[in-house]
Ligand binder design. Structure first.
Ligand SMILES: [Zn+2]
Ligand SMILES: [Zn+2]
Ligand SMILES: [Zn+2]
Length: 91
């Protein structure tokens, strides 16, 4: 079992955190939906909505693409999350 203080290899491999290109969920904008919080995929840079949002696009993207790590795209939040390892790390 991983300890919360030890980031997984996916997170450890990230040397520069990708910022959101725009502060909006790319999928929600396309379908005219709304979102609560935003997350940026660290593999491809896509910004999508969080699990509190009706469409949970960030989680769907991670499952569909296999991209493991997202960063919060919210101002003032500095953390990364890895889906396969359920690992959270602040930076
Ligand atoms: Zn990981
Ligand atoms: Zn969305
Ligand atoms: Zn991605």
């Amino acid at each position: 079992m991983a300890t919360p203080d030890t980031p997984c290899d996916h997170i450890a491999a990230i040397t520069a955190v990708r910022p959101p290109r725009r502060r909006e969920c790319e999928e929600c904008v396309r379908i005219g939906a709304s979102w609560v919080h935003l997350r940026t995929c660290q593999a491809c840079g896509t910004t999508l909505c969080c699990d509190n949002s009706p469409n949970r696009h960030a989680t769907k993207h991670a499952k569909a693409s296999g991209h493991p790590v997202i960063a919060s795209a919210e101002p003032g939040e500095r953390w990364l999350y890895c889906y396969p390892d359920k690992s959270l790390a602040e930076y």
